[in-house]
Design a protein around this ligand. Structure first.
Ligand SMILES: [Zn+2]
Length: 68
């Protein structure tokens, strides 16, 4: 089952995304580390300090705060 293990390793790879800040509007202001669709660690806007917490799906999180 070595091939299966390799497949899981790929799924667990970390993805780095740049997201526009929802507070100050900084283009690609927040660098987000994501694995399996969830953030790893706090992601902080370089300009205003807005923070996306660990363990959330960034797209969903941003949608949620838009509605508040
Ligand atoms: Zn910001």
């Amino acid at each position: 089952m070595i091939a299966f293990a390799d497949c899981q390793d790929i799924r667990k790879m970390t993805v780095i995304k740049d997201i526009d800040c929802p507070r100050c509007g900084a283009k690609d202001g927040i660098e987000v580390f994501e694995r399996d669709g969830q953030t790893i660690g706090d992601s902080v806007c370089a300009q205003c300090g807005f923070t996306i917490p660990e363990g959330v799906a960034p797209e969903l999180y941003l949608k949620e705060i838009e509605h508040k």
